[in-house]
Structure formats: structure tokens, C-alpha cells
Design a protein around this ligand. Structure first.
Ligand code: S3P
Length: 425
């Protein structure tokens, strides 16, 4: 248990921060390299606990994975998974569980996916339903983990996903890699497309047209994968730079895939001073640097196709909105209740306890700004790394010190978080 105290910073943030590896891309780099025959190299792999869960899980599936440096891996596989044990631990990671469901459903062996207390409460029916439509067989605890997957031959389907979710889409597409015929996923709005880009980069037969992606049975080829920095991790620095007076910071090596850059659009909508510099493409993904300065902000509306493009940033965007003049309305974000915590309730209660004026809606928030955050409170993070990081940034502008309990949950995605903030003070 690591409880930390955070107090107001008295001068603006200044300097440069190099953002560590993207969690979503890191997961996929190990998973897909494990399915390719030969040796793959992954540079800038995430040190977050979630991605380590994925790495260990694929080791349990018989894949040789070696660390060649602090942040680089080599993955050596013959393209066929050979499990060393049946029970596979996904830790706290929804991405690991949902994507591996798709990978394991079409194998010629059985497996059981389990996770920690928080992951065991999260909905898995959303991936069980399409896999069953493909002919797969999964037994669950009433739609939750553990998932007992009976490996079997799968058929391609056309699946209309009820939710814009990259985890559902990826699960079905990965099952489609081993299924007969074509597998198509159509989603209501476009969710992050790292699976599509990386599968294409590794030679899979995959095509996307608007909201619809089709994959056919494909052998993946090994590659060198350079993982971009995580825009979701950079969100805490973007918001801190915008709300702490006199700040001017550059956030380097950030993944700028348009399916992830909703936060940049929202900051612009709010009148924030944000600039993109040095754009280029790395391993099929757009990357660049982001410069932010302290700004006077105004409230805005966030809904519909914005939501999947900033779903993980909504807790810290809610904090941002407490510092914007007027009303910010966030709608169509009901899936936020299904994350590591019910983020609509937890963030409303947490930020209101500090002095925010947030009204909870079934599908989002109404946030009235600008409010002074008084602080002088203890906050629980409910096993949720994104709450821990949002409260840390809030603490930097609170009038009085706050205490964040169990701050170690930050390690799920961003172990370097505090150290990188300290460089900017
Ligand atoms: C992820 C997709 C999103 C996101 C999660 C990572 C991914 O989840 O919230 O942190 O890597 O595919 P959903 O697909 O459930 O929206």
C-alpha cells in the first residue's frame, strides 16, 4: 500500500517529458508476434503491469520472450501456441482477457482465463456472444471471468458490435485469423484501430472501410515493432499543463493515431493552447510531439463519435472541465461504468469532494466550471490507475494538500508517472 500526499505547485510546469510506451500497442505487439513464425523485435515495450501480464501469459503459452534491454523484447515463436498450463492469468487487464479470448477460441487446446478481483467483476459477455456465433465454446461465471475456453474450429461471421469497443472488435478479428471464410466487424463508431494497423503491418489479409473491418485466415510475419508513446498517459501532462498557471511543456513521442486523439480535439474546442510538432510514422502508427501552455478554457460538449476516441481520458477530462468556464456536458459514455471502476460515479464523487461541481448522468457528466478545488481530503482509487493519476493532477491545483490512497495502482499502466512529473516542477 502506497498512500501519497500531493500539494499545490507554486510555479508553472516547464520542460520536456518523453512519454513511455502505449499500452494498447504494447499488448498487441506481444500477442501478434507470438502468432508469427520466427523472431520479432519489440522496442519501447510498456513496463506497466498490464502489459507484463500479457507477456507472462504468452510465455505460459510456450512462446520464448526475452528482454534484450530495459524496454526491448525479442519474441521467438514457431507461430503455434503450445500451452504449458491451462489456467492463464490476465491480472488486472481487460485488454489481455478480451483479446486472448479471440486468440484462444480457435486453438486446438482448452484454456481458462482468469484475473484479479477488479477484472473478475467486468463484463465478458460482450466477447463471449460473438465467439459463440463463430461456433466457439466458452463457459463463464454469468458473463464474467473465469472464462473456460474450449478450443474449436471457428467460422467467419459478420458481426454488428453494439458498442464501439476496440476490445470486442479485436477479439472477433483475432478469432477471424483462424476461422474459415471472412470475418467482418461493423461498429457504431470507429474505435482505436491498432489491431487493424498492426495486423496489416505484419502481412495479414485485412481491410477496413469506414466502420467495417474484414479479415481472412492469415499467417503473420515477424517484424521489428517500435511502440509509440501513449497518448492516454500523456493526457495527465496535457491537462496539468493547461490548468497550472505559467506552464509551458513539450510532451515527446506521443502516438497520434486519429482514433485516439479525441483529447486534442476537445482541448481545441475548449480554447486550449495545444500544438502538434514533428509528426512522422513509426511501425504503421502516427507519432509526434505535443506542446501545451496554461490556457483560459471554456466548457464544451463531448459525445457520440468523440467517446471511443478519448474513452480512457474522460476522468482527467472531467478534471479539466472543472477548470473551464461554463458547462461541459459529456454524453454517450455509459461504457465508462464498465472500466476498472465505475468511472462516472467514482470521478464525480472524487472531484466533488475536492470542491468540483459535477452532476452524474447515466451516460456521463454535467460539469460546471470554473471551480476552486479546495482539497484537504483523502481519496480512494478503487483499484483504478486512471483515478490515481487524475487525482494526482488535481492535487497539483488544490488549495490544500490531498492524500491519495493506494497510489501504487498507477503501476498498471504508468510506473514512471511520478518521476516524470517531478522533472517538470
Ligand atoms: C483498449 C480499448 C478500450 C480502452 C482500454 C484499452 C484496447 O476498451 O478503454 O483501456 O487496447 O483495445 P474498450 O474496447 O472496452 O472500449
Amino acid at each position: 500500500m502506497v498512500d501519497i500526499k500531493v500539494k499545490k505547485v507554486n510555479s508553472g510546469l516547464k520542460g520536456t517529458v518523453i512519454i513511455p510506451s502505449d499500452k494498447s500497442i504494447s499488448h498487441r505487439s506481444v500477442m501478434f508476434s507470438s502468432l508469427a513464425k520466427g523472431k520479432s523485435i519489440i522496442n519501447n515495450f510498456s513496463n506497466g503491469a498490464d502489459c507484463i501480464s500479457t507477456m507472462n501469459l504468452f510465455k505460459s503459452l510456450g512462446v520464448e520472450i526475452n528482454r534484450t534491454s530495459e524496454k526491448s523484447l525479442e519474441v521467438i515463436s514457431n507461430g503455434i501456441l503450445k500451452p504449458l498450463k491451462e489456467e492463464l492469468d490476465c491480472g488486472n487487464s481487460g485488454t489481455t482477457m478480451r483479446l486472448c479470448t479471440g486468440i484462444l477460441a480457435g486453438q486446438n487446446f482448452n484454456s481458462i482465463l482468469f484475473g484479479d478481483e477488479s477484472l473478475s467483476k467486468r463484463p465478458m459477455q460482450r466477447v463471449i456472444t460473438p465467439i459463440e456465433l463463430m461456433g466457439g465454446s466458452i463457459t463463464s461465471n454469468d458473463g464474467k471471468a473465469p472464462l473456460k475456453i474450449k478450443g474449436t474450429a471457428l467460422n467467419g461471421i459478420e458481426y454488428h458490435s453494439p458498442i464501439a469497443s476496440a476490445q470486442i472488435k479485436s477479439c472477433v478479428l483475432l478469432a477471424g485469423l483462424h476461422a474459415t471464410g471472412k470475418t467482418t466487424v461493423i461498429e457504431p463508431y470507429i474505435s482505436r484501430n491498432h489491431t487493424e494497423l498492426m495486423l496489416k503491418y505484419m502481412g495479414a489479409n485485412i481491410t477496413t472501410l469506414n466502420n467495417s473491418t474484414t479479415v481472412e485466415k492469415s499467417e503473420l510475419e515477424t517484424r521489428v515493432i517500435d511502440v509509440a508513446g501513449d497518448i492516454s498517459s500523456s493526457a495527465y501532462f496535457i491537462v496539468a499543463g493547461l490548468i497550472i498557471p505559467n506552464s509551458d511543456i513539450v510532451i515527446k513521442n506521443v502516438g497520434l493515431n486519429p482514433t485516439r486523439t479525441g483529447i486534442i480535439d476537445v482541448v481545441k474546442r475548449m480554447g486550449g493552447n495545444i500544438e502538434i510538432l514533428n509528426q512522422n510514422t513509426v511501425s504503421g502508427e502516427l507519432v509526434g510531439d505535443i506542446r501545451v501552455k496554461y490556457s483560459q478554457l471554456k466548457g464544451c460538449s463531448i459525445s457520440g463519435d468523440d467517446i471511443p476516441r478519448l474513452i480512457d481520458e474522460l476522468p482527467v477530462i472531467a478534471l479539466l472541465a472543472t477548470q473551464a468556464d461554463g458547462e461541459t456536458i459529456i454524453s454517450d459514455a455509459q461504457d465508462l461504468r464498465k472500466k476498472e471502476s465505475d468511472r462516472i460515479t467514482t470521478i464525480t464523487n472524487g472531484l466533488n469532494s475536492l470542491g468540483g461541481n459535477i452532476q452524474e448522468k447515466p451516460d456521463g457528466f454535467i460539469i460546471n466550471g470554473k471551480t476552486i478545488l479546495k482539497g484537504d481530503k483523502e481519496l480512494e482509487v478503487f483499484h483504478d490507475h486512471r483515478l490515481a493519476m487524475t487525482y494526482y493532477v488535481a492535487g497539483l491545483i488544490c488549495e490544500k494538500e490531498i492524500l491519495i490512497k493506494e497510489f501504487q495502482w498507477v503501476n498498471i499502466s504508468f510506473p514512471e508517472f511520478e518521476k516524470l512529473f517531478n522533472n517538470l516542477f
